[in-house]
Design a protein around this ligand. Structure first.
Ligand code: TYM
Length: 413
């Protein structure tokens, strides 16, 4: 039996407020380009759920996840880091009934290397692929970065290839994964382009202004782009994988900043006779300087990159990671540290999988027994491990492997 969602916290609105957001009292800015909070503890995610009209990932959903998949929930799910969803119960029901669906996620290639924040949706997507054993589509929006950043077409295409290697190094199954660059795939697949223009005809300029805040002096390329990110949500964009089946829904894991694209997509889908995409949204991996903003590739000092050396990782954490500890050792021992604003502790929530160890660190830091230096040392060791393991795996990705992932083909499903 499917567990019913908790009416209070979950599904009163699998909401799709196209023109944006319920009016609610929050100064937080969250859109695909800006994430800013005025609070040291960062974005108020409960308010964001109400504003965006999505549903909370609660105990009930996590239990249902575990019941249906017959395995423990991923730590990013059970810690509430993937905190919000749209239609996740529907996807779990399909899985249980052995009906097909696919995973879709993406990356806008704006920097040579991914940072630790980008890893979050991709690590979770890898777990979802392993768990559900379904096809995965990864879109690299080199066209988006050409339109929104100061990059040439050639530079954006090159960054897409470099980023694809970073993504492949996380261990995705080549038999079940298709990674594409928009610049390449648009020319190869009439079906993809046809879906893009179908979407473009269904959304007005007023609507994209409402959702994305575009103004009169934004280029028409920017205004038309959201349709390109929407189109992979529809299975007919990938005839090599799904044939002409138009009724296969997808599940999109991403951080909540990408939700505006998919609010638009969910509004358009029924008009075109396609199923709405389901979503699982993550919170932001915060900037080193504090949770007021997200780790962001365009500010190198806010980020730990997957290309950083062990000593760069160490120096960045020691120098920049905002501390919730006391100003002096005496003060810290007396009053304890504040984990809610401490960036080293917050990073451990994302990367330290052992629940008991994390809880001990939280208690000891909050009581003042554990000092900031020791907390940071713990984090540095873990992150150095994550980054160097990734570098080792990335070195193994040759051009032939890259080509295989990026070739439109039938997947082994
Ligand atoms: P991009 O390249 O900005 O980000 C790639 C993915 O990483 C997430 N993300 C983060 N997650 C946690 N903490 C952070 N600090 C952080 N920064 C970025 C993003 O939400 C995203 O999931 N337009 C998109 C590319 C795209 C896409 C998609 C993303 C195309 N199709 C479908 C998700 C799903 C972009 O520029 O992502």
């Amino acid at each position: 039996m499917m567990a019913e969602p908790d009416a209070k916290s979950s599904d009163q609105n699998n909401g799709d407020m196209l023109n944006g957001e319920e009016n609610c009292n929050s100064d937080d800015i969250v859109d695909p380009w800006n994430v800013v909070s005025t609070s040291a503890t960062g974005i108020d995610y409960d308010k964001l759920i109400r504003r965006f009209g999505c549903c909370k990932v609660d105990e009930n959903l996590i239990k249902e996840f575990e019941r249906v998949t017959k395995k423990p929930a991923h730590h990013l799910l059970r810690r509430g880091i993937f905190f919000s969803h749209r239609d996740m119960y529907e996807i779990l029901k399909r899985y249980e009934e052995k009906k097909p669906f696919f995973l879709y996620t993406g990356r806008g290639p704006s920097s040579t290397a991914l940072h630790l924040g980008h890893l979050i949706p991709f690590l979770f997507t890898k777990w979802l692929q392993d768990t559900f054993d379904v096809p995965l589509i990864i879109q690299l929006t080199d066209d988006e970065k050409f339109l929104f950043r100061d990059l040439t077409v050639e530079e954006a295409k090159k960054l897409a290839e470099e980023n694809a290697k970073d993504i492949i190094a996380l261990g995705f199954d080549v038999e079940k994964t298709f990674i594409f660059s928009d610049f390449n795939y648009m020319g190869q697949s009439p079906e993809f382009y046809q879906n893009v223009v179908r979407i473009q005809r269904s959304v007005t300029f007023n609507q994209v202004k409402g959702i994305f805040g575009f103004g009169d002096s934004d280029s028409i390329g920017k205004i038309a782009f959201p349709a390109v990110q929407a189109a992979p949500s529809f299975s007919t964009s990938f005839p090599s994988i799904f044939g002409d089946k138009s009724n296969i829904p997808c599940l999109i894991p991403c951080a909540i900043d990408q939700d505006p694209y998919f609010r638009m997509t969910r509004d358009v889908a029924p008009k075109l006779g396609f199923p709405k995409p389901a979503l699982l949204h993550s919170q932001f991996f915060p900037a080193l300087q504090g949770a007021q903003t997200k780790m962001n590739a365009s500010d190198p000092n806010s980020s730990v990159f997957l290309t950083d050396t062990p000593s760069q990782v160490k120096n960045k954490i020691n120098k920049y990671a905002f501390s919730g500890g006391g100003a002096t050792i005496e003060e810290h021992k007396e009053r304890g540290g504040n984990c809610d604003i401490d960036i080293a502790y917050q990073y451990l929530r994302f990367f330290l999988e052992d629940d008991e160890k994390l809880e001990k660190i939280r208690k000891d830091y909050s009581s003042g027994e554990l000092l900031t230096g020791h907390l940071k040392k713990e984090l540095i060791t873990i992150l150095q491990g994550v980054v160097s393991e990734h570098q080792k795996q990335r070195k193994l990705i040759d051009e032939a492997t890259l080509l295989k992932f990026m070739t439109s083909r039938k997947l082994n499903i």
